[in-house]
Design a protein around this ligand. Structure first.
Ligand code: SF4
Length: 216
């Protein structure tokens, strides 16, 4: 049986913003292929995920994908220790919040789950350009409800980036971003990459791997 310490799943490549610092690149109209996600977990015989981060694109745009992902975890009886979601916070629909709450509740440590709202100056700039109002953290907190109030964090608000990776649109603008450590990334196609293969373009040119390749 396999265990993953840190898995980041790309829930969608869609996004309603166009941030200059985006390490992914321009949005693409593709959501997570749940069948491939399931196959990867089955082939690698995964029975436990320590930290699962739900990423994008903008994950709030794929609510049905979040609901399906939870069903897959339940169906395969995969123990989930902790879940984190990173959103730009502009589209916190009731359905999205409900889907996240259910995933947090399924985890072993709901209080340690993280609902992170990106609030860098690049996000604010993009929202202003597109004419989307700044998300109110108080409103998002209200939507999450009392029990999950403490799970709400802001991400990147200080714009202090130490370890760097410059990919996607960030590369074109010469913007450097933090590099995540020892992380396994799965994209919308169920293809698996190391932490350094982040932009859509880099992923297209990289060797496609499987979850089983990362399980010792
Ligand atoms: S940084 Fe996030 S919110 Fe901004 S364009 Fe990229 S995926 Fe969208």
């Amino acid at each position: 049986m396999g265990e993953i310490n840190f898995l980041v799943v790309e829930m969608t490549r869609r996004c309603n913003l166009r941030c200059k610092h985006c390490l992914r690149g321009y949005p693409e109209p593709t959501d997570l292929d749940c069948k491939e996600f399931t196959n990867e977990l089955i082939q690698a015989k995964i029975n436990r995920i320590n930290i699962l981060t739900l990423s994008g694109g903008e994950p709030s745009l794929n609510v049905s994908g979040l609901e399906n992902l939870l069903e897959v975890l339940k169906f395969l009886k995969i123990t989930l220790n902790q879940c984190c979601i990173a959103t730009n916070g502009t589209y916190c629909s009731k359905q999205f919040i409900q889907a996240i709450k259910k995933i947090f509740k399924y985890s072993q440590k709901p209080k340690e789950c993280i609902f992170a709202v990106s609030r860098t100056s690049y996000h604010f700039e993009s929202m202003r350009d597109i004419g989307i109002p700044l998300p109110s953290m108080a409103y998002i907190g209200y939507r999450l409800g009392k029990k999950l109030e403490d799970n709400l964090y802001t991400m990147g608000a200080d714009d202090k980036f130490d370890e760097i990776v410059a990919e996607g649109r960030a590369k074109g603008f010469g913007i450097k971003l933090p590099e995540y450590g020892n992380v396994i990334n799965m994209n919308v196609y169920g293809q698996v990459f190391s932490a350094s293969e982040l932009s859509y373009e880099t992923q297209r040119n990289a060797e496609h791997r499987h979850l089983i390749d990362f399980i010792k």
